[in-house]
Design a protein around this ligand. Sequence first.
Ligand code: C2O
Ligand code: CU
Ligand code: CU
Length: 618
Amino acid sequence: MTAAAANERRASARHCERRSQGTIVTGRLFLSRERTVELDVRSTAASEAAKLDLSRLFRSLTVPVHAPRRALLQRLAALGVALAARPAWSAVGEPPASAADFCGSGERGRRLWVPGDDGYLGRLSPLDGPVTLLASAARSPSAAVSRGPLGYATRTRRRHYTNPTLVLQRGQRVRVNLVNALAQPTIVHWHGLAVDGNNDGNGSFLVKPGGRYAYDFEVRNRSGMYWYHPHPHGLTAAQTYGGLYGAVVVEDDDERALRAALDLVPGRTEIPLIMQDRGADTYRATPHDMTHGLVGSDLYVNGTKCPYLDVGSRIYRFRMLNAANARTLLIAFRTAKGALLPFTLIGNDGGLLPAPMRCERAFLATAERIDVLLDLRDAAVGDSILLQTLAFDAMHLEMAHAAPADPHAGHAAPTDAHAGHSPPADPHAAHAHSAGMHLPASAWPDGAPRALLELRVRQRIAFDRAIPERLSTLPPIAASSVAERTFRLGFADGRWRINDRVFEMGMPPIEVQRGKVETWLIRNDPSSMPHAMHLHGFPFEVLGREKSPGDVAALEIDPQGRLATDLGRKDTVLVWPGESVRVAVDFSHPYAGPQAYLFHCHNLEHEDGGMMLPVAVV
Ligand code: C2O
Ligand code: CU
Ligand code: CU
């Protein structure tokens, strides 16, 4: 990137902003590989936009980059446009993805599997009595979904489910029996739910093949989309990849108010998008995968490859979960003409934000969730809109100085026998100079763009509801004058580490005082890769980011360096190479005695490799 471009980015227009009355005009200066500058000007005044159709909403002009810069800037200034440069390695310059390159192969789309009241991901409200989840390798009888070889089977008196979506009410008591019909030990963890250590499923207790475990807890979380997946240390990646995961939807008054305001109906206009990339059915992580995380060649949304969804011209709610082992997505919507279609971010890991945010793109790392509204009122019948992951620099090249992983890193007890020896040279280091060359050939490398879902507009619908200005109330965690703890993320002797430590069963935990607020400063080494750091049991507040790399800094919305997706409450936060993220955690809980949890990277290969520390609340 040129210095001029860097300057322009500093004077950056915001890519997510609070929805407000009146006209918002933003512009972006794109520097593409073809050395052209593309200017994209849009007006998003709600009232004006309603009168325009999509094709007229977006205009772009292309000028050669050797045009005098000042003249160009004057022209832009005359348009009243704030500028932000897009880094040179970014997606622009490639032709926009279209239905034709969907899935990269011209394969015909398949109708998205939308969870209903039974079957795969079916919605199940366990209001009376326990639910049994049978972890098994039984194949689903339905040809409509192609999930992995493993699943959680559930049956009630009338219905059969695989990986049911548990629909819970805030304050409700939940009882779940896990029965293990796998050939390996397992345990279920309730990702994001604030429960006691015994119900957390953190892997300190494992269910043997043929065994069972009874969970019994109260739902204390805000409304939102949480999830469940296995957590047996060293086997988490293989079992999750195999297909063992499902969603938990918590409902409360804020949730009901939102659905009423926008006439959102689950399964019709409120659609979960649970995304996982896969390759072969059998999980086989190479030493390279153990270091970088395993990325698959195909993406499945709700178990559907190359999915499309028929929609009408109204507001839709998409509740996205990245259930991938390691892949990060940069979520955006695009029209067939290639323009980004802004969406409204209304929630994330920890439920609804206080107020909606208008966004163009949002990172979604492994285990994270985003809740978005897409306004299709201006779409015409026949329009096609693509949900995409855009190109970004996945920053695996920051590992140029790191040693290759120990092939047994995920399974053997950690030893530091090699400490003190000089690490062998990284086989990829020689390529690290040219961006994009540092990864070995992969059908779909981390950070490469891909269409994820096609929305086909089929129907005109009269729809006059407005997105509420307030979604929830969420007082900040009182984090002033509290002690700060620092966590350093890095790589040494073939292992990813937190504060130089690698997880072992029974290792001494981080001890925190029950009822105390702490701030945690999570600092990622510059020679690293992004790590999706997750804390069990206690939703946290992101206070700020420092030294964010270009793709991340471009999405900043406030002086603290936060992204729109950092607002509200989080349980997983992506920390980029060289970046520091500060979070506030309130360790209050209502349980008797000390409670055990975990803090780890949710790149499942990193987690299984020991990038994890126990946390004891005492
Ligand atoms: Cu979703 Cu400890 O994990
Ligand atoms: Cu968790
Ligand atoms: Cu990691």
